[in-house]
Design a protein around this ligand. Structure first.
Ligand SMILES: [Zn+2]
Length: 213
C-alpha cells in the first residue's frame, strides 16, 4: 500500500503535469546527472517539490514531496531538493507564481560565468516576447545574476532583497550553476524556460563569434 500522502499526489493532476514537463526538460539535456529541481504550487503555503537526487527524466508523482511554509520554517516529510528554500521563497514573494523550474544547462552555466556583472540586459531578440511583459525585440530584457553558494537560505534572502529588480524577468541566473524560471502557470514557466534557454544560448553564440561582451 502506498503511503496516504503518496496516494494523494499520485492522483494530483498538477503532479502528473509537472512530471511530464520534467521529462521534456530532461530530453533537452538541461538537467544532467540528477541536477535541477522543479516545483508546483499546491495551496497558499504549500508546494510539491522534486525529491533530492532523482533522475528528472524518470520522475513520477511518487518523487514529488509536499513542502509547507505555513508555520514559518519549511516542513517536509522527506528530503526535498537542496534548493527547496529558494522555491518556497519565490512562492512567498509572489502569490501569483504557480510553478518554478530550475535547470543546469551548459549555456546558462557558461554564460553566467563569463558575465561578471550582477545582471545582463538582453535586447534585439524576437524571442524576448516569450517572457511575460515583453512586447518588442527593442525592449530591454534584463536578468539578474547571483553568485553561487551552498547556503540556499542566504541566496533566498538576497533574491528577496533584490526582488523589485529581479521579478520582471520571471527568471534569474546563479553563476556557474544554472537558471531559475517561474510562471503564473506551469505552461508559462515552461515557456519562460524555453525562451530564456534560447536567449542565453543565442547570446553565448554571439559572444563566441564576435568576441564582443
Ligand atoms: Zn541547482
Amino acid at each position: 500500500m502506498p503511503h496516504a500522502s503518496q496516494h494523494v499526489q499520485q492522483l494530483n493532476p498538477y503532479a502528473i503535469a509537472l512530471c511530464a514537463t520534467a521529462r521534456w526538460i530532461a530530453s533537452r539535456h538541461w538537467v544532467p546527472a540528477t541536477g535541477g529541481n522543479f516545483s508546483i504550487r499546491d495551496g497558499e503555503h504549500n508546494a510539491l517539490v522534486t525529491a533530492s537526487g532523482k533522475d528528472k527524466g524518470e520522475l513520477s508523482p511518487h518523487d514529488l514531496l509536499p513542502v509547507s511554509w505555513a508555520e514559518g520554517p519549511l516542513e517536509c516529510p522527506g528530503t526535498p531538493s537542496a534548493e527547496t528554500a529558494l522555491h518556497a521563497r519565490l512562492y512567498q514573494l509572489d502569490p501569483a507564481i504557480k510553478a518554478v523550474l530550475h535547470t543546469h544547462s551548459v549555456q546558462s552555466t557558461v554564460f553566467s560565468r563569463i558575465i561578471q556583472a550582477d545582471h545582463y540586459t538582453f535586447t534585439g531578440y524576437e524571442m524576448q516576447k516569450a517572457i511575460r511583459g515583453q512586447q518588442s525585440h527593442q525592449q530591454d530584457c534584463p536578468i539578474a545574476i547571483f553568485d553561487n553558494t551552498q547556503d540556499i537560505p542566504a541566496l533566498a534572502d538576497l533574491v528577496q532583497q533584490q526582488w523589485p529588480q529581479v521579478r520582471s524577468a520571471s527568471a534569474l541566473l546563479v553563476r556557474g550553476h544554472g537558471l531559475y524560471v517561474w510562471g503564473q502557470s506551469l505552461e508559462e514557466a515552461k515557456r519562460h524556460l524555453e525562451g530564456w534557454e534560447f536567449l542565453i544560448h543565442c547570446e553565448l553564440e554571439r559572444i563566441r563569434l564576435t568576441g564582443d561582451l
